[in-house]
Every structure is written in structure tokens, then in C-alpha cells.
Design a protein around this ligand. Structure first.
Ligand code: NAI
Ligand code: MG
Length: 501
């Protein structure tokens, strides 16, 4: 398992993998794009090109969907027992675990996150997710249902439901947790017996491609998992619109979520969406201040704020406002920003130049409208995509920095008077992904948990994820849930069978 190694350079096998020209996985074969095109993926700590990757578009998506269809309808996959399917999924987990260090380094190189974070969170969570879903294969059950059909008096029936795989699934994932997002998507699809065409984010395709190799090594039959890297507007759009796809699962921006929904309308494919957030994190006056300050800083700064559930609106009860602002700012200043490959780094660069510009333009907009940066407020350095951990005060609810998802290490701290005022402010958002509550008053905490419109509520903790805990959004944060057994529902159809006895 992981030792406390200090890597400034990746391991040799990792650099060997990275430096390849990467192909796409279609029907069990690694192939180039039909167009012959490739695209670059960058190291966000330096801005340099890391590798070139086959650039899939509509034609490649077509091939991948055909392969997935054949594997679903005729291939060995649909003939496996549930237990055999479970064993193969478990094997994927074992293989990821055996290659934990390699995956952690790939995530750091391609995404920028600190190696220690990828090692402790991204990779082990992906392993757990596959194991959790492997266990479900043998437990996907229907019901027997008593009938009382009014127009067939005296007749007897045996009625039951079957839960069957929805079919060919298209999955489009983002770059903030590249391997983990692939796991969240692939796990339930494979557990339910679906076949998949997966499109990784163009910013971070590498760990997903390595995962493709391990999926083959595990013995998942050809065509069951196809991986087509490429851009959203081409490969992603083709997948979302494809008439041969039965369901599309998407994680990313709310803006693109709406585009996916329209694209899916053509054949009314099922849709699940895990979208943006602007999650309120609430600190009540009675709180254990040290715990709340540490937790609130990590709620926003974890993964550089590039979390859909980041605690980006920090609401603090009037009496302790200044103390919490001071405490969170002090923590922000202690965060060591640098290359994720350095053992001492707490926060790496943002994933791309585009995200750097986006986050900086939010900072400029907030500051020009009168917000004050207690700390941070700007880019750090001029090489790589680093942003200083930032604490904003003097905001108001009309500002973009309060209303819109920034997806960077920027928290707005906002005072509130009482819980009624708090609930109104906290729920005043188009989003409803997550919320945090910090208090010693358990009654108040659980009451607030019912009042906040969010798919996840953390009490005296934040960013706690578990393969068994469903995750997803209210309002414009999405449709459906990932993880937990709720995720299986999005990958199954219910068939009612009724037999006259
Ligand atoms: P995005 O939503 O454009 O990209 C996410 C995925 O969707 C990528 O795989 C991309 O290739 C694909 N995609 C893009 N346009 C598409 C289209 N027209 N059809 C089909 N697929 C498409 O997100 P982006 O541009 O990387 O980041 C922009 C903002 O989105 C961020 O600042 C953040 O606010 C939000 N975001 C939210 C995430 C979440 O976890 N909910 C993850 C990533 C971004
Ligand atoms: Mg985009």
C-alpha cells in the first residue's frame, strides 16, 4: 500500500504510460480515431502538453454504440450469472487497488490535485465503489404483487416484477475526479448488466484510459465497456443524441446538462444528471469553533473548490461572524499551493487555463461589485493554473459570486440573524446539491436538515462520501442519484409480469 514517498517526478511506468499516443477502446480493441485526429491533454501545474489522445467524434461514437449494442444483446455479458458479473466487477476493484500509486500519479499529472489527496480519496473511493456495486449484482430483485382486478371476479394471478438492465448506456464525465467519476458511472451500469460507451473529459482522459486496460485485464467481455475520449461538442453531443443509446448519464455543468436533456429528447432516452451547486455551509452560534472553522475551510478548499458540492456559501450566525472569517482566512493562508507531485503541497493548480480564467473573472466581478477579499483574491504566479485560496466578505445576494458556481477555491462568507433568515438565504439558489450544518444542538441540526433543499446534508462534517450513500441534487443540481442502491434504479427498467393461474 501507499508509503510516504516524495515524488517530484512520476514513477517510470507512469511516465511510460503517459508518453504514449493514446488510443480509444472500442469492442475490446485499442484503436485510433477514424479521422486520425488526436488532441492534447495538459499538465495544469506547468501548462505543458502531457500526452496526445485519439480524438473521437460522431463516427467513433457510432462504432462504440454498435459494439455496446452487440455486447448487450448477444455477447457473453448478458449470459453471465449475476454472481459471475459480480466477480468481474470485484476484480476491477482489486486491479485498481494493486495499481493505486499509478492511478494517483496519473490523476495528479492530468488534473493537478495533490498526490496525497488522490492516494487517500480518489483511488480508494473508486475501489470501494466497484466493490460495493459488485455486491449488488446478486441482490437486484423484483417483487411479488397481490392483484385484485375488479373486472375478473374470482380469477387468480401470479404477478411479479423483474428489474432488467436499461440497455446501452452513454456516460459523460467531468475532470474534477476523473477516475472516481468513471467508477460512479461504470459501477452501477455493470452491476445491473448494462453495456457502456464512456466519454471522459477532454482535460483528463488518462486515468480513464488506464482503467480501460484494467477492465480488459479483469475479463469484462469485449464491447461491454467502450471508452471514447474527445470533446464535448462533438463526441459528447453525438453520444447524448444517439438513437441507439437507451440512457445517458452525465456529470458536469448545469448548462451542458440542459443541452444533454434536449439531445436526449430525440429517442426519449432515460437521463440522469449530476450538475452544479452553490452549497450553503451553515455555522450556528453555539458551535465548537475550531471544528467548524477547520471543517468549513476544507468544505471549500478540498480539491481546490472544484467540487460540485463545495461549501461555497458559508453562512455564519451574527455573534461569531468575525471569528469564523478570521479563522477560515488563517487556514486559507496556511494552505501550501504548488505542484501536486510535491509531497508538501496542499492545493494544486486548477485543471485548465479555461478554469483559471473563469475563476479569475468571478474574482474580478466580485471585487468590482464591492466584495472584499480577506485573503487571496487573485491568481498565484504566472506559470501553471494556480489561484490563491480566497475568502470574500461584504457580498450581497445579487452578486454573481454568491449566485453562481465558481468551481474554484473561493468562499463567500455571509452573516445571518436567526434560523428563519438562514433557511431563506440558504435556499435562495437555483441549485440544491449539498449543505453543511455545524452546531452542538442536535435538535436544531436535524430540523434544519429537513428545511434545507439539498440532496445531501452533512452535520458537523463535510465532503464525506461513501459508496453506500446516495448522492445527487434537488432543483437544477440534477436528476437521479449516484452511489447507494438508488443508483441502480437509474440503470434498470421494471417489467411487470402477470400470469393467470
Ligand atoms: P462541462 O459541463 O462543459 O463538461 C463536462 C463534460 O461534458 C465533459 O466530458 C465535456 O466534454 C462534456 N460536454 C461538454 N459540452 C457537451 C455537449 N454539448 N454535449 C455533450 N457533452 C458535453 O464542464 P466544463 O466546461 O469542463 O466546466 C465548466 C463548469 O461546469 C465548471 O466551472 C463548473 O462550474 C461546472 N462543472 C461541474 C461539475 C460537477 O461535478 N457537477 C464538473 C465539471 C464542471
Ligand atoms: Mg464546457
Amino acid at each position: 500500500m501507499a508509503t510516504a514517498l516524495k515524488f517530484a517526478q512520476p514513477e517510470e511506468r507512469v511516465s511510460n504510460f503517459v508518453s504514449r499516443t493514446h488510443k480509444m477502446l472500442i469492442n475490446g480493441k485499442w484503436v485510433e480515431a477514424l479521422s486520425g485526429k488526436t488532441f492534447p491533454t495538459y499538465n495544469p501545474a506547468t501548462g505543458e502538453v502531457l500526452a496526445r489522445v485519439a480524438e473521437g467524434d460522431k463516427a467513433d461514437i457510432d462504432l462504440a454504440v454498435k459494439a455496446a449494442r452487440a455486447a448487450f444483446e448477444t455477447g457473453p455479458w448478458s449470459k453471465l450469472t449475476a454472481s459471475e458479473r459480480g466477480r468481474l466487477i470485484w476484480k476491477i476493484a482489486d486491479l485498481i487497488e494493486e495499481n493505486l500509486e499509478e492511478f494517483a500519479e496519473l490523476e495528479t499529472l492530468d488534473n493537478g490535485k495533490p498526490l496525497k489527496v488522490a492516494r487517500a480519496a480518489d483511488v480508494p473511493l473508486a475501489v470501494d465503489l466497484f466493490r460495493y456495486m459488485a455486491g449488488w449484482t446478486t441482490k437486484i430483485e423484483g417483487n411479488t404483487i397481490p392483484l385484485s382486478v375488479p373486472y375478473t371476479p374470482g380469477a387468480k394471478y401470479l404477478a411479479y416484477t423483474l428489474r432488467e438492465p436499461v440497455g446501452v448506456v452513454g456516460q459523460i464525465i467531468p475532470w474534477n475526479f476523473p477516475l472516481l467519476m468513471a467508477a460512479w458511472k461504470l459501477g452501477p451500469a455493470l452491476a445491473t448488466g448494462c453495456t457502456v460507451v464512456l466519454k471522459p473529459a477532454e482535460q483528463t482522459p488518462l486515468s480513464c484510459l488506464r482503467l480501460g486496460e484494467l477492465i480488459q485485464q479483469a475479463g469484462i467481455p469485449d464491447g461491454v465497456v467502450n471508452i471514447v475520449p474527445g470533446y464535448g461538442e462533438t463526441a459528447g453531443a453525438a453520444l447524448a443524441a444517439h438513437p441507439g443509446v437507451d440512457k445517458i448519464a452525465f456529470t458536469g455543468s448545469t448548462e451542458v446538462g440542459k443541452i444533454i436533456l434536449q439531445a436526449a429528447a430525440g429517442n426519449l432516452k432515460k437521463v440522469s444528471l449530476e450538475l452544479g451547486g452553490k452549497s450553503p455551509n451553515v455555522v450556528l452560534g453555539d458551535v465548537d469553533l475550531d471544528a467548524a472553522i477547520a471543517g468549513s475551510a476544507s468544505a471549500i478548499f478540498f480539491n481546490h473548490g472544484q467540487c460540485c458540492c463545495a461549501g461555497s456559501r458559508l453562512y455564519v450566525e451574527n455573534g461569531i461572524f468575525d471569528k469564523v472569517v478570521e479563522g477560515v482566512a488563517a487556514r486559507a493562508e496556511k494552505i501550501k499551493v504548488g505542484s501536486g507531485m510535491e509531497a508538501s503541497t496542499d492545493m494544486g493548480p486548477l485543471v485548465s487555463e479555461e478554469q483559471l480564467n473563469r475563476v479569475c473573472s468571478y474574482l474580478e466581478s466580485g471585487l468590482s461589485e464591492g466584495a472584499k477579499a480577506v485573503t487571496g483574491g487573485a491568481r498565484q504566479g504566472d506559470k501553471g493554473y494556480f489561484v490563491k485560496p480566497t475568502v470574500l466578505v461584504n457580498t450581497n445576494e445579487k452578486m454573481k459570486v454568491v449566485r453562481e458556481e465558481i468551481f474554484g477555491p473561493v468562499v463567500t462568507v455571509i452573516p445571518f440573524k436567526d434560523t428563519e433568515d438562514l433557511v431563506t438565504q440558504a435556499n435562495n439558489s437555483v441549485y440544491g446539491l449539498a449543505a453543511g450544518i455545524w452546531t452542538r444542538d442536535i435538535q436544531k441540526a436535524h430540523r434544519l436538515a429537513t428545511q434545507l433543499r439539498a440532496g445531501t446534508v452533512w452535520i458537523n462534517c463535510y465532503n464525506i462520501f461513501d459508496a453506500a450513500l446516495p448522492f445527487g441534487g434537488y432543483k437544477q443540481s440534477g436528476w437521479g442519484r449516484e452511489m447507494g442502491h438508488d443508483a441502480l434504479e437509474m440503470y434498470t427498467e421494471v417489467k411487470a409480469v402477470c400470469a393467470a393461474l
